[in-house]
Design a protein around this ligand. Structure first.
Ligand code: AMP
Length: 172
């Protein structure tokens, strides 16, 4: 199953800038069997763990997090790029494999003590997830696990997330 999923990831060289091999997951999402298999794999992993919220990172993280939250009957928390969330927010800066940026979450997005799974599509350098974990800690969430579809192992992002459990469905 995992090999079939891996085959559906389209690698686009030099996007969005030279030297980046972009993992395009749109063919995976477009495949009914693949999308179903991905969401079910994550849902099986977290079923029965009392997940209150699945946290998704804009934008591709939203797609996976929303489907997982629905399956688990959990809530969905959105971590967004600056200026998108309308109410009072917490902010964190982060570094990308191809740039820098900021992320925000609503101050009242999750109750203190909420049990959360943090989801994104790709773990590259770990900067994005690291920044988001900081936001979730400020919200006093209990982070069950960080879940990503694809881990780019050569970039050692996992090392930056040492204090947390990290699960990747596919490794590259
Ligand atoms: P990082 O903060 O370096 O771990 O980068 C992770 C974030 O950037 C994720 O939200 C990904 O969507 C995106 N990203 C970084 N590198 C890639 C890549 N090679 N292909 C696709 N998305 C990437």
């Amino acid at each position: 199953m995992l090999d079939t999923l891996r085959e559906k990831i389209r690698v686009v060289p030099d996007f969005p800038k030279e030297g980046i091999a972009f993992k395009d997951i749109t063919p995976l999402l477009a495949s009914p069997d693949a999308f179903h298999a991905i969401v079910n794999s994550f849902a099986d992993r977290y079923a029965g763990q009392g997940v209150d919220q699945v946290v998704g990172i804009e934008a591709r993280g939203f797609v996976l997090a929303a489907a997982l939250a629905y399956k688990l009957k959990a809530g969905l928390t959105l971590v967004r790029k600056p200026g998108k969330l309308p109410a009072e927010t917490l902010k964190a800066s982060y570094e990308l494999e191809y740039g820098v940026g900021e992320l925000e979450v609503h101050r009242d997005a999750a109750m203190p003590g909420s049990r959360v799974v943090l989801m994104d599509d790709v773990l590259a350098t770990g900067g994005t997830i690291c920044a988001t974990l900081g936001l979730l800690q400020r919200l006093q969430c209990k982070i069950i696990e960080v879940a990503v579809l694809i881990e780019l192992c050569d970039l050692n992002g996992r090392e930056r997330l040492q204090d947390h459990q990290v699960f990747s469905l596919l490794q590259d």
